[in-house]
Design a protein around this ligand. Sequence first.
Ligand code: GDP
Ligand code: MN
Length: 396
Amino acid sequence: MNIHEYQGKSILQVHDVPVQEGFIAENADHAKLVAEELQKRFGTEIFVIKAQIHAGGRGKGGGVKIARSPVEAAEVAARMIGMTLVTPQTGPAGKLVNKVLIARDVYYKGESDIREFYMSILLDRKRSAYVIMYSTEGGMDIEEVAVKKPEAIFTEVIDPAIGLLDFQIRTIAFNLGLQGKAFKEMLPFVRRLWNAYVASDASLIEINPLLKTSDDRILAVDCKVTLDDNSLFRHPELAAMRDLSEEDPTEVEATDHSLNYVKLDGDVGCMVNGAGLAMATMDLIQLSGGKPANFLDVGGGANAKTVEAGFRIILKDPNVRAILVNIFGGIVRCDRVASGIIEAYKTIGDIKVPVIVRLQGTNAIEAKDLIDNSGLKVIAATTFTDAAEKVRMALS
Ligand code: GDP
Ligand code: MN
């Protein structure tokens, strides 16, 4: 699960990681109040207004703007809230801005002694370890640095059984070229960032830019956090950070029905039970000349209701030209799946695309009877290759 910058920063603050302070605002009046509060607390004169969307590259897309008074902050916020922001990471459709973060300027304009670093902690599956990736070239795309100046990217590998060691933190501060006060500040920064990562069961925390201010403070200016979905049950306060408006609505609906759905860009919708069979079915569709429109695992407990919901979700995709239902009845009973298909035909109404159904295993015979007697134009398939052939015919 991804969260917003302001939410990520709140996690960091719980662990005493210094961040560029700010408050969230949902409208212009609110933005003015918040800016005045920053003025009171910190003597802030320059404000940074940052669009809160689940995508980076906001700086390039006009989602990060400077204001020089609370009134101006309100004006900028008024323009930003409600706009569709397009950045290099949103795709051409962009993302709607619902909230902005009003932060204090930490670049102290006019002074030159500022440095922007990059730092992320992530799970490296190949190494079976955590990695701290960091660079002196922060502020810009790290992918670009990796191509143009790979020697500027350092990694520190962390054994999950041992954790982050102090000498590794000193290595990081040395490699970033820090000295004096900034060096001393970087040590607790990295330690606390690591603590935040572990405590929140994050799979990624990325700070870009990580700023050394002109007075040698170390601050997280930006913050991207990805949390491990499987851990959310033990972090209700983090689970509550989920922002459904940032997610694909069809995928959200699928989750509500305990369906595991991932939208793809092909033309054959598929409904399968079990992730392994679902993968094999997608291969099968590919081999028969089609392209899967989705991954959909109805799971082991599929019943008429979940199957109907699955059909509804698949049919929302206008690219779907055929549907392949491939169910192996182990725990799932095929007759229940058949009832779900019949129910879906009744309630959804006119299903125009051909539906190829392969039901094998427990109660397959009863399922076939149900479908044969329903009078529906469902194409029955028996074997895997038979199903592939029928998908091919349906597409041609
Ligand atoms: P991203 O573009 O979505 O990654 O958003 P960031 O939070 O990284 O901000 C983008 C850029 O805005 C940064 O690289 C900075 O150059 C600039 N920026 C962020 N905070 C400040 C600030 O306090 N003062 C000034 N002058 N610029 C800032
Ligand atoms: Mn950034």
